[in-house]
Design a protein around this ligand. Structure first.
Ligand SMILES: Cc1cc2nc3c(=O)[nH]c(=O)nc-3n(C[C@H](O)[C@H](O)[C@H](O)COP(=O)(O)OP(=O)(O)OC[C@H]3O[C@@H](n4cnc5c(N)ncnc54)[C@H](O)[C@@H]3O)c2cc1C
Length: 337
């Protein structure tokens, strides 16, 4: 980190895109006293945003199995910001389990991650009684949390308004149409001026059953595809998620079979669940799969949140605000023209 000699001081701020990146930027800037307008091209349901389809896991420890250290650094900071802004966010941890045949992958996961404690079968049963007899051991990441995107985005939008910001839905704008400092959080739609962005497809299935109760996300280690089951309340569970280098936005039969088969492997009672929804979203990613805050005069583009948008958005918004108010540059994330 270093500080530039000429920090910016615009107070009128236009944020484009009300997904998770835009929502957190609008919130922190409004709370800091800026005159914020958040523009979103779709209506408040946000079905056009990747954020609508996300799992919402806040899992910096589990993600460190595959992600660069910067994801954990920003993710750990973001956990504090989630706690500060939305204190009712569930921080009751996440659980990683594997069947005995996948033991070596389970041990590898344990080696590559920290912040966990091993549970035996009795410990698993105490934490998630529905999993009794299903697995011999698990890893409990007690400090992780999760949010439900479709509930938390409206909450963040309410808080933006409470902090004095304005939100304009059905407002499809370009940087030239809006006033003051522009913070571009358009996700994959920003490809018109950032051609290196690509979409990485993630498919999910929402199911419903009252035969299984879970209190926290459960990840199943699997040699071909990692699966997670996230409780959504009212007997609903999200099964996710594939990660496919494709921008097709459908759900393939193969993915559906794999997701449902893996859910069955977590608990056979999921076989009787009702399917509520199939869906997919395109994760906006740069070639290195790392997030970026690109600064160019009065235009700041925040993008490439890839598979970590909910985990990272608060910390990225805080970095953007520090830059605008005090000229602080985080060299790992920021690019200044
Ligand atoms: C299946 C799946 C599971 C995932 N699970 C997780 C998870 O568990 N944890 C996690 O941290 N991340 C997860 N992710 C990743 C996360 O969803 C993304 O990183 C994140 O949603 C990206 O957010 P964003 O705000 O950059 O983009 P988006 O959510 O796409 O938001 C961009 C917004 O900009 C709007 N927009 C575009 N152009 C304009 C314009 N011209 N004018 C106005 N508005 C415009 C769009 O309508 C959209 O609402 C998952 C993703 C998928 C697909």
């Amino acid at each position: 980190m270093h500080q530039t000699s000429r920090p910016r001081t615009e107070s009128s701020v236009s944020v484009i895109g009300a997904g998770i990146a835009g929502a957190w930027h609008a919130l922190l800037f409004a709370q800091a006293g800026h005159d914020v307008t958040l523009h979103e091209r779709s209506d408040a349901s946000l079905v056009l945003s990747t954020s609508h389809w996300a799992g919402g896991m806040l899992a910096p420890y589990c993600e460190s199995e595959v992600a660069e250290p910067i994801i954990s650094r920003l993710g750990l900071r973001a956990l504090d910001l989630w706690r500060r802004e939305l204190p009712d966010t569930p921080f009751n941890g996440s659980l990683v389990v594997a069947h005995p045949r996948d033991r070596s992958d389970f041990e590898r996961f344990a080696r590559l991650t920290e912040g966990h404690r091993r549970l035996d079968a009795a410990g698993l049963k105490a934490l998630e009684p529905s999993l009794e007899g299903r697995f011999r051991e698990g890893l409990f990441f007690a400090r992780e949390g999760h949010v439900e995107p479709r509930r938390v985005l409206p909450k963040l939008h309410e808080r933006i308004i409470a902090a004095g910001g304005t939100i304009m839905f059905n407002s499809d704008v370009s940087a030239d149409d809006v006033d003051g400092l522009v913070i571009d959080c358009r996700g994959l739609a920003a490809r018109d001026d950032q051609p290196e962005l690509r979409g990485v497809k993630g498919e999910l299935i929402l199911i419903e059953t009252d035969e299984v109760t879970l209190s926290r996300p459960v990840r199943l280690i699997h040699p071909r595809f990692p699966l997670y089951v996230i409780p959504r309340g009212d007997g609903r569970f999200m099964l996710g998620a594939t990660s496919i280098e494709s921008e097709d936005n459908g759900v393939s039969v193969r993915s559906a079979l794999e997701l449902l088969g893996a859910a069955y492997a977590v608990h056979p009672a999921f076989a009787e669940a009702r399917i509520v929804e199939f869906g997919s979203g395109l994760r906006p990613a740069y070639p290195d799969n790392l997030p970026r805050i690109a600064v160019n005069n009065g235009h700041i583009a925040v993008n490439g949140l890839y598979r970590h948008g909910f985990l990272l958005a608060p910390a990225l918004a805080e970095l953007t605000l520090s830059y605008v108010e005090r000229g602080v540059i985080d060299n790992e994330v920021m690019q200044c023209a």
